[in-house]
Design a binder for this molecule. Structure first.
Ligand SMILES: NC(=O)c1ccc[n+]([C@@H]2O[C@H](COP(=O)([O-])OP(=O)(O)OC[C@H]3O[C@@H](n4cnc5c(N)ncnc54)[C@H](OP(=O)(O)O)[C@@H]3O)[C@@H](O)[C@H]2O)c1
Length: 179
């Protein structure tokens, strides 16, 4: 099975994944009475494991709900020394160069990876290690916050293989890296 690194994320119209305070409540600014998941469970079914940055991990830890993942979660961090006790067995720490991290995860048998967190995604993009991105655009301008993208050294071309409108308001584009 070929390895694949995928992004499934929501952004504001101006490309932020969190507001200036790190908040993500605006993700729910469009009424979604039937809790449409916009392809999330299908995407998760095709995912072997998640790789997320420490900030995203801490956001998830702060949710007032049960642990939301059924797949292994690898948390990237140079500062965390251990996973908080409450989340032991749910997530594990990993650090090193991106290629070494990937090798370690692949050796454990996980090939299809969900890469999450702005800085984390940017790190993978810097090394051209993202194969596909499913980006759901919430029609709101935040004016500032944590961006999905940052500068990186070379142009990376993607092909848009699908585009959907959900809830008459939200556009979801599926981009695949053209290699
Ligand atoms: N809109 C959405 O769908 C969505 C999705 C996910 C997250 N978010 C939001 O985005 C925010 C988090 O994004 P973020 O850009 O702040 O960062 P992030 O990628 O979640 O976390 C960044 C941290 O991850 C660690 N890290 C990243 N790459 C590493 C590497 N190669 N080696 C070691 N450690 C590495 C570092 O932790 P240390 O500082 O500990 O070394 C870094 O400070 C949160 O507010 C979250 O709620 C939104």
């Amino acid at each position: 099975m070929n390895p694949r690194n995928s992004v499934f994320i929501a952004t504001s119209l101006d490309g932020y994944i969190a507001d200036r305070q790190g908040g993500i409540d605006w993700l729910h600014s469009i009424p979604n009475p039937e809790q449409l998941d916009m392809g999330y469970s299908k995407f998760m079914d095709q995912t072997d494991a998640l790789v997320m940055g420490r900030n995203t991990f801490e956001t998830v830890c702060g949710f007032d709900m049960d642990w939301p993942y059924q797949k292994p979660v690898f948390v990237l961090s140079n500062s965390l020394e251990k996973i908080p006790e409450k989340f032991l067995g749910k997530a594990q720490l990993i650090k090193g160069k991106t290629n070494e991290i990937l090798q370690e995860i692949h050796n454990l048998g996980y090939q299809k990876l969900y890469i999450d967190g702005g800085t984390t995604i940017q790190g993978f993009l810097k090394e051209d290690l993202i194969d596909e991105m499913i980006i759901t655009i919430i029609p709101i301008l935040l004016g500032g916050g944590i961006p999905l993208f940052s500068e990186f050294p070379k142009k990376l071309q993607f092909e848009c293989v699908d585009s959907k409108i959900y809830l008459d308001a939200v556009v979801q584009n599926h981009f695949v890296r053209k290699r």
